[in-house]
Design a protein around this ligand. Structure first.
Ligand code: TYD
Ligand code: MG
Length: 451
């Protein structure tokens, strides 16, 4: 008879302990240990015997051409996937509840469903709710197979019957496997359920989408335990107040990371935004102080976004530095550089900086634009509407070159901008850029040009 034994698994970090303790010895969280029973695997029971040998290959014999990609019919999604969905690959889509994960996947599955067999498994919504959404999206449901179920074993048995080429599991936090006793949504359940689904996907060559809700702390519940098990991790981001949604590849075994896809949430679902630069630049009317256009770079794609700053006299001993879509520590550093190297003090001023449209810009190429907008607001002098800027600002007050300068300049010229403030080291060697370039080596030079 098999001997099963109990272990205690932490809900926060997934570490296990042979006996129950109040505090997890691994991550220090309190009251997070749950009892789970494990049955030793067969080869362990047999006393350490080895399994049957598997076939080993020479790398040269393996053909990489076998990778087959299904286009999802949504080109912004295909872009972040690296050119379509790879058969047998597992994609984790994370994001806040209500951001549009189910909407995106329903739309994608309705299209893939025209050419491949797809199975949409929902553990959150009833069939009626899903049908209602599909109706609202104006989708044909004739090729989309639907299953509302939470138990992994049942899902896999149904998948064996249906033999789909693509499976969506929405969401992994609602799934549970009967081999564990802990509650659905616990780290142990999320990890084990995902492991079983991933194993099935790999064995059968089925493409699998796992939907994961992000918790308040900004991590996928089951802190990152899924990220290493899957091939691709996509995050869905955006302000709930704004219609823009950005899907970003954080990890991709079949494509580039940091690639983004841009969507707008409309009454009839997610609409692709093919030219995001023009979308994020909803600038109308006259130029106002504190605003400048930044040429940023998202993956392989240049993106123009408006950076706004508001500098206002502070009545606090500790003036406020607030960033939306940018790094607050970086802002504090840039303000110190501004004081030390350009003699412009902001210690008695509150400084607010915002990227319009809910975009997050975490690259240092935003430095020059942040300081230009800040100084423009401080002096109450607008910068020209035809101006873009990019460049990193170093602690010595120097303007440093950034990656892909040429692409940024080209995108600005393409969208009709007339002048670009750029790091001198990013100047093109030859040729007409189609835009007046203002090369700068130091922050002071840049501020002089801006006046
Ligand atoms: P949903 O895809 O259910 O989010 P998630 O699966 O990430 O939790 O999207 C929910 C939100 O999207 C909801 O607030 C309503 C909005 N929405 C639209 O604006 N238009 C639409 O066509 C649909 C289907 C949803
Ligand atoms: Mg959902």
């Amino acid at each position: 008879k098999l001997k099963t034994k109990s272990v205690y698994t932490c809900n926060e970090c997934g570490a296990s302990s042979p006996k129950w303790v109040g505090q997890c010895p691994s991550c220090g969280a309190w009251n997070t240990l749950y009892e789970t029973t494990v049955t030793p695997a067969a080869h362990v029971r047999a006393g350490g015997r080895y399994g049957a040998p598997a076939e080993v290959h020479n790398l040269a014999e393996v053909s990489a051409e076998k990778i087959y990609r299904h286009p999802t019919g949504i080109s912004e999604l295909d872009r972040v996937l690296g050119g379509g969905l790879v058969a047998g690959s597992v994609v984790l889509i994370g994001g806040d509840p209500g951001i549009g994960k189910s909407t995106l996947l329903t739309q994608a599955m309705a299209t893939i469903g025209q050419v491949a067999k797809v199975l949409y498994v929902s553990g959150e919504e009833s069939s009626d709710q899903i049908a209602l959404r599909a109706q609202r999206l104006g989708l044909r449901g004739d090729r989309l197979r639907l299953l509302t179920e939470n138990q992994v074993e049942t899902i896999l048995a149904s998948a064996q019957n249906e033999q789909p080429q693509v499976i969506v599991v929405d969401s992994i936090q609602t799934m549970y496997t009967e081999i564990l006793q802990s509650a659905p949504g616990s780290v142990a359940q999320v990890r084990e359920s995902a492991a079983q689904l991933v194993r099935y996907a790999k064995q059968t060559g089925t493409a699998l989408f796992l939907v994961g809700h992000v918790t308040k702390e900004g991590t996928l519940a089951g802190p990152r335990v899924l990220e290493h098990m899957v091939d691709t991790v996509l995050y869905f981001e955006g302000d709930t107040g704004s219609a823009f949604r950005i899907i970003r590849a954080i990890k991709n075994r079949f494509g580039a990371v940091n690639e983004i896809g841009v969507f707008a949430m409309t009454e009839t679902g997610l609409r692709e935004v093919g030219n995001p630069s023009s979308m994020f630049l909803s600038r109308q009317g006259d130029a106002v102080p504190g605003s400048i256009v930044l040429a940023t770079q998202e993956g392989t794609r240049p993106l123009l976004v408006e950076v706004q700053a508001l500098v206002d006299q502070s009545h606090l001993g500790n003036p406020r530095r607030v960033c939306v879509g940018l790094d607050t520590n970086r802002l504090a550093m840039l303000l110190a550089v501004l004081h030390r190297h350009a003699g412009i003090a902001t210690y008695d001023q509150d400084v607010f900086v915002n990227v319009v449209g809910g975009v997050r810009v975490l690259e240092t190429a935003a430095d020059l634009a942040i300081l230009a907008a800040t100084v423009s607001s401080l002096r109450n002098r607008p910068l020209g509407k035809d101006l873009v800027a990019f460049g990193e600002v170093g602690l010595a007050g120097e303007v440093r070159p950034v990656q892909r300068g040429q692409e940024r300049i080209r995108e600005a010229a393409k969208l009709g901008f007339k002048r670009a403030l750029v790091p001198a080291a990013n100047m093109p060697k030859k040729g007409d850029a189609g835009i007046e370039l203002l090369p700068v080596r130091r922050l002071t030079e840049a501020l002089e040009i801006l006046g």
